[in-house]
Design a protein around this ligand. Structure first.
Ligand SMILES: C[S@@+](CC[C@H](N)C(=O)[O-])C[C@H]1O[C@@H](n2cnc3c(N)ncnc32)[C@H](O)[C@@H]1O
Length: 212
């Protein structure tokens, strides 16, 4: 391994089977005890996203959470009066859990594999949020990580509007690695707006500068 290569181990966290089982258990806990589930990376990081969105977006902007899990980020955005929210996850169990827990008209949940070539919305998003999903995708066993990264970038390029924001929270990559990855595709995310480190968690906000 040379200095430019990342060290990435493969893990069950990169499999759909793991997430289906995880959200199946979360759904059971919610049904039995009203437990709203795990807040991935803690509530502090979710607050950071909400605060930043309040400062940089209007309440009717189209905002998409890719790999939305239990939908907590979107529910928090809705509580702060954001009204045009989309949650995508490839786990049917995750989406079932979201729909059961956050059954409200301002959040649209959908089962979508964001690496699926054929998927495209009929409109662009003003912001795309990723909290832990890119991390999970890069851990996928028996997969071509380069191909998956290309597909992930394609999803962003196809679905993020010009001057839209991409907000990523990761625990597996450094700022430099995230920038290197994002600059592969013609420097779409050349505008680095903000980043903070919090106990191994990196929060990066970037602006898309590609014309539509
Ligand atoms: C670490 S969890 C984070 C969940 C959520 N963002 C949160 O912060 O609680 C990763 C999520 O990404 C979803 N995921 C992984 N690969 C995906 C893909 N290709 N398309 C859509 N969702 C995916 C998983 O089902 C899981 O919900």
């Amino acid at each position: 391994m040379n200095d430019n290569e990342e060290f990435i181990t493969k893990s069950e966290l990169g499999t759909k089977q793991f997430w289906d089982q995880f959200y199946d258990e979360e759904l059971t806990n919610f049904n039995d005890f009203g437990d709203s589930g795990e807040t991935w990376f803690g509530k502090r990081n979710t607050r950071k996203i909400i605060d930043w969105m309040k400062e940089n977006h209007s309440k009717n902007d189209a905002i998409c959470d890719i790999g939305c899990g239990n939908g907590f980020v979107l529910a928090q955005l809705a509580q702060h009066n954001f009204s045009n929210l989309y949650g995508l996850d490839y786990s049917e169990k995750a989406i079932e859990f979201c729909q059961k827990q956050h059954n409200q008209s301002n959040i649209h949940f959908k089962v979508v594999n964001i690496l699926d070539d054929d998927f495209q919305f009929n409109h662009k998003f003003d912001a795309i949020i990723d909290k832990g999903t890119y991390d999970a995708i890069c851990l996928m066993p028996d997969a071509d990580i380069h191909e998956n990264r290309t597909k992930y970038l394609k999803f962003l390029c196809d679905n993020l509007g010009n001057n839209g924001h991409f907000i990523i929270i990761t625990c597996n990559f450094t700022k430099e690695e995230i920038f290197k990855f994002l600059s592969i595709s013609n420097n779409i995310f050349n505008s680095y707006m903000n980043s903070t480190h919090q106990r191994y968690r990196l929060v990066v906000m970037l602006e898309n500068r590609l014309p539509d």
